[in-house]
Design a protein around this ligand. Structure first.
Ligand code: 48F
Length: 259
């Protein structure tokens, strides 16, 4: 059987552009493919919602790969373990309410399940801005991360979404952009910044802080604690998974109320 280089190139280009063009108008666009963004995308896709993830790095998984201080095991509490179970990630009880999982198995399985559930995943693309019309966010402004890294003067492209999710972790990138340009619609009116390490409080806060911060924009995962001043929690990941799930539920409810 002959193998032609040009056919390989055509296969990549045509299938990529089909995927990208189909995602130009979507129901939910998630920025950041860490544990919270992936989990939100998984539950949305399972619920038949059209969802895309845009991740600036080559690999998805965010801060989950390295466990704690590069010891690549992660810890979850009971509720987090239930979510890992649902993904099919193996866990082992360490002591009551503490389960450990292999970080590499966790990330690779969550990524695989999210893609198989139907989420469209784009890596190497950064969200640099949000499109806002008449007081509502309606899309993302995207560029290749390589353009940003090389500081090339290249204009971005835009996609349209009914809902946007800031899942960018500690930097809370989209919240920062919105705060700088039009202001956030939250009681503090500004990003408070994450609090000092306190695992138990941080895990509780990240779920409470998962909410809409501007019409059409939700914040999830560590970005939620960064916006509202919740503590950091280090390598316990249940809160990230539960925050992602809550994001999916909040958005699904909104889509049902207002299709
Ligand atoms: O940092 P990250 O893993 O965020 P998370 O889902 O989880 C936090 C934990 O990993 C850990 C923790 C608690 O256990 O404190 O840190 O909240 O993943 C965020 C992802 O967003 C990407 C970034 O590369 C990472 O993979 N990202 C950040 N900015 C952008 C972006 C951007 N502007 N465009 C696209 N992706």
């Amino acid at each position: 059987m002959q193998i032609e280089e040009i056919v390989i190139s055509k296969a990549i280009l045509q299938s990529y552009f089909r995927k990208l063009c189909e995602s130009l108008e979507t129901q939910v666009a998630i920025v950041g493919g860490g544990p919270s963004g992936l989990t939100a995308a998984y539950f949305l896709a399972k619920g038949q919602v059209k969802v895309s993830i845009f991740e600036r790095k080559l690999s998805l998984g965010g801060g989950m790969w390295g466990g704690g201080m590069m010891f690549n095991q992660i810890v979850v509490q009971r509720e987090g373990r239930e979510i890992l179970d649902g993904f099919g990630v193996s866990t082992e009880e360490f002591s009551p309410n503490y389960w450990v999982a292999d970080a590499v198995e966790a990330v690779s399985t969550i990524c695989s399940q999210t893609a198989k559930a139907g989420a469209k995943i784009f890596n190497l693309i950064s969200a640099e801005d949000v499109t806002i019309k008449e007081g509502k966010a309606i899309g993302l402004v995207l560029n290749w991360t390589a353009v940003e890294t090389a500081e090339l003067h290249v204009d971005p492209l835009c996609i349209k979404a009914q809902f946007i999710v800031d899942a960018t972790g500690h930097p809370a990138k989209l919240a920062g952009v919105i705060q700088g340009k039009v202001g956030l619609k939250i009681s503090s009116q500004r990003i408070v910044g994450e609090g000092p390490m306190w695992a138990e409080a941080g895990e509780k806060a990240v779920i409470e802080n998962t909410r809409e911060i501007y019409p059409g924009v939700f914040v999830t995962g560590m970005a939620a604690n960064a916006v509202f001043g919740g503590p950091r929690m280090g390598p316990i990941f249940g809160g990230m998974l539960l925050s992602g799930k809550k994001t999916a539920e909040l958005i699904q409810k909104r889509l049902q109320d207002n299709p």
